[in-house]
Design a protein around this ligand. Sequence first.
Ligand code: FAD
Length: 456
Amino acid sequence: MRSDVKSELIRIVGAQRATDRPEDRVAYSYDAYTREHLPDIVLFPLTTREVSAVMKTAFRESVPVTARGSATNLAGEAVPLRGGIVLALSRMDRILSIDAENFRAVVQPGVINHDFQTAVGRLGLLYPPDPSSWMVCSMGGNVCTNAGGPKTVKYGVTRDYLIGLTVVLANGEVLDVRETHFRNGSGYNLTHLFCGSEGTLGIITEITVRLVAKPKATRTLRADFPNLEDSGKAVADIIGSGIVPSALELLDDVVISAVEADAHLGLPPDVEGILLVEVDGEPESLDPQVNRIENVLTANHAVRVIAAKDDAEAQSLWTARRAAFSVMSRLRPTVVMEDATVPVSNLPAMIRKVRESANRHGVRIGVVAHAGDGNLHPLVVFDKRDEEEVERVQRATEEIYREALALGGTLSGEHGIGISKAGLLTLQLDPVAMAVTRAIKQGLDPKGILNPGKFI
Ligand SMILES: Cc1cc2nc3c(=O)[nH]c(=O)nc-3n(C[C@H](O)[C@H](O)[C@H](O)COP(=O)(O)OP(=O)(O)OC[C@H]3O[C@@H](n4cnc5c(N)ncnc54)[C@H](O)[C@@H]3O)c2cc1C
């Protein structure tokens, strides 16, 4: 980047909120995937106006800009693949308003999901999208990946709660699509266009979301299965019977033993799969749901079904699920969490295919899943410095995604495409869909400066 352009950018945000020190550039060169690339400069704007001024300069000079929330994405979406500017939104971290009467809130993109959940929870409200990374991931990142989480099976994903955005476009213009009413039938849904766009269409600087009333009670069950495919069948049967749990998560034996070795939560050593099931609602509505779920679990050969005695016990079960990625990352130098998603009735078949691919290519893969909506996260552990092992991992994961598509599924349930699956996107989108995708990108980012090298 030319030094005069750099100086202009530093003047916009101020020297305190800009850095091009080598160690900072390294810190902002990677995310939770395996790739890295150095940016030329990292900027920390505080306002929409500053973001707009940065984009005007970047547009004039054709400098690449990669927006960054907390960099927890698992597909290389926040890696500044062509250098240029990393626009770190982490300091735009204010909750601007919570309107409890009208069930809505406005936040800046750097607000951490869990902080927001806590703030609305104090008012008896719930913001359901709850990625397992909620302690650290940002609301802006959640919008741009259309994040889901354990509660998705009942409540839906980020898109279902998004009602307005302020977006700085590639040329620095500010697009305000904040909805003033829940019902709006005027024109294209521009808000949703930016949801899941992985920073390739604009920089989000304000987010308006819908809230719901917090359920009065929850119950959590753990079911242990000697056979993993039976646990997948139980999931399909629970959903197929019309019960809607508020969470339905799966852990396989590879993950169970890694969690147990690390956290000593008393998980059983002798099973291939654990299901965590949560129901929520009015207190009196829960017993009948729990009874029906227990029947389905037992009919599918669960050897134990244990109800959490209290909130602390339930939380310890959820800790086991949320810890999966970090404990697996201690097994080998590299861990990648994949994101194949299939119709829930095909969950047992998909689980089988993952295991077959792992065995065929000699790759170690654990599985966790937002099982209630068929969203499987094969956790692949390896050493990215070993080229031969990397090749085997690539063969196994490509096979897994091809199987997911063959079973009527998708390449991503929630993590997005980023760098990791850019080469596979044409397997899912036909040439017409690809052409429409490119036309949208070209229309909004004619110089291709927004997060270049990602999914398109
Ligand atoms: C342990 C672990 C568990 C996870 N569990 C889940 C899960 O349950 N569900 C789930 O959906 N994901 C999960 N993830 C993935 C990740 O946390 C989500 O994708 C999350 O939404 C990313 O948020 P972030 O703030 O880290 O965004 P980043 O990683 O910083 O960015 C993600 C993308 O959004 C873009 N972006 C970020 N902010 C903006 C902005 N303001 N304007 C424009 N573009 C922007 C970036 O350029 C990038 O393309 C998990 C990750 C980890 C490490």
